[in-house]
Design a protein around this ligand. Structure first.
Ligand code: URP
Ligand code: ZN
Ligand code: ZN
Length: 483
């Protein structure tokens, strides 16, 4: 009888607090030993010359998300392939709520879809209709099922909530120890600008960015933080694209407000002028908030280094270019308002952050591990099971060749979408193997996991990562009320 099912040998193991050369012993899907020269196990993987990173935790993914107009074309199976291809082993997705409906009725459907995939999953609950029934009776039941964050949109038809309803969501979250995650853009301001642009015949994809300049994001970020401060409820501001919004977060953090900021690869790798291409090509880069310019990239890096933005997610929300529901609108005479928002990024997230961040010397390897795995796992209540290489944690690992050079192509992304906005981008650093709960699920780009092997991750209460990147044990202890 061997002590281990698998031993990962001789890699440089990145803990988030330094890198150490050791073997990793895995038994029953979990890490049970970290030591030099472990005795022979059942199977072994040679990681010499490679970094061993915690499998990525992508805490913001729209996968197979139903809406009244149809289901997101990326299924949990295709998204699992993309995740493993890019070194990610856990995702936090969304259970939708449609206006006039409750939230519990959708949970079973979302769970059944996700269970058919291979990547481990948890859920945020979107609240678009903050009725008493939902807030008083349904949310506690969802919390008992392990859903520990409520997502609100301050813009988007028909999802956006009023300030009054946002406050109700904050109060409910506080009562039940949930995090609130927020899409911060001003709905009325975007509509006003959109109407003006369309009336002036400015309909091309590039005008998407004109319809929602940074001030629109800054205002909503300020308001979301102010209301969260009023209620004393922690929030995470999703997909921060610009320094104006990040500065609102930084100021609030300095006052001790419990606000966390997430950014995404699109805000350090894509630019608004990529939307200025003939035909509908620009639609391939269209997401909200809109990509900004190169100067803004530098400011986002600065905010990452300062610890103001402490999670990097993909916001994978993918629509093919072609097809009836695709971004090209099937050749219809459409305007930027008709183009579905969102881009694919699940597979590209880690390679882009590693290449632009670690390989180019903008952040350390420890920062990379914290931004992509440890911090999201802690904030989402998935730690210590996910997000770090530690005794007792799931054996979720990405074996990474830091010197490998790749040119990103759509085929490398392994998603179901017909394009990647990162086509042609040169990156240094690439995952060569992904291990999920001790099982090799991707080797040299070949994904070999069985559909239906995903596990649901019931979440605990958020475990705060203190602003400025300093880990605090609980930051103000536990949430004010436990479920
Ligand atoms: O454009 C985006 N980001 N679409 C995805 C939905 C969202 O706003 O997070
Ligand atoms: Zn959003
Ligand atoms: Zn999103």
């Amino acid at each position: 009888m061997t002590d281990y099912d698998l031993v990962v040998r001789g890699g440089a193991v990145a803990t988030g607090f330094g890198t150490t050369r050791c073997d990793i012993g895995v038994k029953g899907g979990r890490i049970v030993a970290l030591a030099e020269q472990l005795p022979a196990g059942g199977a072994s993987v040679d990681a010499a010359g490679l970094l061993v990173l915690p499998g990525g935790v992508d805490s913001h993914c729209h996968i197979e998300e139903p809406s009244p107009s149809g289901v997101n074309e990326e299924s949990f199976q295709s998204a699992s392939r993309a995740a493993f291809a890019g070194g990610t082993t856990s995702v936090v997705c969304f259970v939708p709520q449609w206006k006039g409906h409750g939230v519990l009725e959708r949970f079973a459907d979302s769970s059944a879809r996700a269970a058919k995939g291979m990547v481990d999953y948890a859920f945020h609950q979107i609240i678009s209709d903050a009725t008493e029934e939902v807030l008083e009776r349904e949310i506690p039941q969802l919390v008992a099922k392990g859903v520990r964050s409520l997502k609100v949109f301050l813009t988007y038809e028909p999802l956006h909530v009023s300030d009054a309803d946002f406050i109700k969501v904050l109060v409910t979250a506080r009562k039940h120890g949930c995090l609130v995650t927020v899409h911060c853009e001003n709905y009325a301001a975007i509509n006003w600008r959109t109407e003006a642009l369309l009336a002036a015949g400015m309909t091309a994809p590039k005008y998407h960015a004109w319809s929602r300049p940074p001030v629109v994001e800054r205002e909503a970020t300020h308001r979301a933080i102010a209301l969260a401060e009023l209620v004393d409820q922690p929030i995470q501001v999703f997909h921060v694209s610009c320094a104006e919004a990040a500065e609102e977060i930084a100021r609030a953090q300095t006052r001790g407000v419990k606000v966390w900021g997430e950014t995404c690869p699109q805000y350090i790798a894509l630019t608004a002028d990529q939307m200025d291409q003939p035909g509908f090509e620009g639609a391939k880069f269209m997401c909200s908030p809109a990509p900004r310019d190169k100067d803004e990239h530098a400011r986002i890096w600065d905010m990452i280094r300062r610890g103001v933005l402490d999670v990097v997610s993909s916001d994978h929300c993918a629509f093919s270019f072609g097809g009836d529901r695709g971004k090209a609108q099937n050749g219809r005479d459409a305007t930027f308002r008709d183009i579905p928002n969102g881009i694919p990024g699940l597979a590209a997230r880690l390679p882009i952050l590693f290449s632009e961040g670690v390989s180019k010397g903008r952040i350390s390897l420890d920062d990379f591990v914290r931004l992509t795995a440890t911090n999201p796992a802690r904030l989402m209540g998935l730690a210590p099971r996910k997000g770090s290489i530690a005794i007792g944690a799931d054996a979720d690992l990405a074996l990474w060749d830091p010197k490998a050079k790749r040119t990103i192509t759509n085929a490398l992304m392994q998603h179901a979408i017909d394009y990647t906005p990162y086509e042609g981008m040169e990156v240094t650093g690439w995952p060569v193997m992904t291990i999920r709960r001790g099982e090799v699920v991707m080797r040299d780009g070949v994904v070999q996991a069985e559909p239906g092997t995903a596990q649901y991750l019931p979440r605990g209460p958020y475990d705060m990562v203190k602003p400025r990147g300093i880990l605090a044990n609980g930051f103000d202890a536990a949430p004010p009320f436990q479920a």
